[in-house]
Design a protein around this ligand. Structure first.
Ligand code: SAH
Length: 358
């Protein structure tokens, strides 16, 4: 059997794993145990899965594999952040970042090789787009990090390379595996999907998932957002905001996190703060200000810390919960918007098919 015809078990969620083994004439609990060995215990050696029969282990070894991404670099930062460069079977590379805080261990996971969306201030966008990651390649990042670190991450943010809602099915399935009690056991508040605002897929997400939603807003009006986050031309604020509000389903415990990168002299004035307050009125919100992480040739500057603080206080006084994201891992280019991986054949900067349909 060739490597390509072998089933990658990382592509299978618990139900799929049970179905695979059911097809081999085995009861569902065997599938559940296999899933647990792989994800909960981080085991990739079938021989170590001692409660599976020898015959099953042999068949698994012959007909399946566990396609873990290959680490090609590990870059620790002085603040404890670690960035891994992971190589996929076709030689593409993506980056995954681990950000330890007091009690949290947050893993920032990539969803695509590059990104097709072209946000002006983001280094990943400069890489262009090659392809979507598979479920195996998304959950493989979590598998890899859990095994590498010992303990599993306590939080996952889909905030690495790519637009997760442009890779809907693979991302949703992988997030389900993160939430699975026999997988990574993450509660819904501990898995966050960040989107630039693919409105139809926000509506779809509401049907199938309950993870936390973060939205890369970055501007309080269409004119400016059209410039900074070009997908706004397709899905403007008057569609985005109601979609986000609907995502909360009236649950008072939930809020949308709005990410807002502070660009010097571009979107950081008192006037912008005022329009932002007006825009978010009536939507349960949390605003997360992100100091801009510069990269060569970006053409943008970082707002001075006093400006960021003044902006934050202005929002806060209006009753908006507002925090400033601490910059982590910037000296290893692991901070927001700095992930580049290695995108071969970067020419595909057109909207992926899943976006064109709408
Ligand atoms: N494509 C998704 C997931 C990426 S999350 C999205 O857009 O939400 C990464 C976050 O970092 C986004 O909010 C993005 O807008 C922000 N970002 C991009 N470039 C940045 C930079 N240079 N400095 C700070 N934040 C940046």
């Amino acid at each position: 059997m060739t490597a390509a015809s072998v089933i990658d078990l990382l592509d299978l969620d618990r139900a799929d794993t049970e179905a695979l083994l059911a097809g081999w004439g085995l009861k569902p609990f065997h599938g559940r145990n296999l899933f647990k060995w792989i994800h909960k215990h981080g085991v990739d050696d079938f021989d170590a899965m001692t409660d599976l029969s020898r015959a099953l282990r042999e068949r698994l070894a012959q007909e399946t594999r566990i396609g873990i991404p290959r680490m090609v670099a590990e870059q620790p930062s002085a603040d404890g952040t670690v960035k891994w460069v992971l190589e996929l079977a076709d030689g593409q590379r993506v980056e995954t970042v681990h950000i330890p805080e007091d009690k949290r261990r947050t893993l920032c996971v990539s969803s695509q090789v590059g990104c097709a969306l072209d946000c002006r201030f983001c280094a990943t966008a400069r890489q262009g787009f090659n392809r979507n990651l598979t479920t195996a390649e998304i959950i493989g990042q979590v598998w890899f990090a859990s095994r590498r670190l010992g303990p599993m991450p306590t939080n996952v943010v889909m905030m690495g390379m790519g637009e997760p809602l442009a890779n809907f099915d693979a991302v949703v399935k992988a997030m389900g595996m993160m939430q699975d009690d026999f997988g990574y056991m993450l509660a819904k508040q501990r898995v966050t999907l960040s989107t630039s605002g693919v409105v139809p897929n926000i509506h779809r997400l509401a049907q199938v998932s309950d993870v936390s939603l973060a939205v890369s807003l970055h501007a309080p009006d269409n004119a400016l957002r059209d410039q900074l986050v070009p997908i706004n031309r397709k899905y403007p604020l008057e569609e985005l905001i109601p979609a986000c509000r609907a995502y909360l389903r009236g649950d008072r415990r939930r809020r949308i996190t709005w990410e807002y990168v502070m660009l010097d002299g571009v979107n950081d004035s008192d006037r912008h703060a005022k329009s932002l307050i007006r825009l978010l009125e009536g939507t349960p919100s949390k605003v997360n200000l992100i100091p801009f992480n510069p990269f060569p040739g970006s053409g943008f500057g970082t707002s001075p810390p006093e400006r960021v603080e003044a902006f934050r206080l202005r929002l806060l006084r209006s009753g908006l919960v507002t925090t400033t994201r601490k910059t982590r891992g910037d000296e290893i280019a692991a901070a927001c918007g700095q992930l580049v991986g290695r995108v071969q054949d970067r020419s595909r900067r057109t909207l992926p098919v899943s976006l064109q349909q709408h």
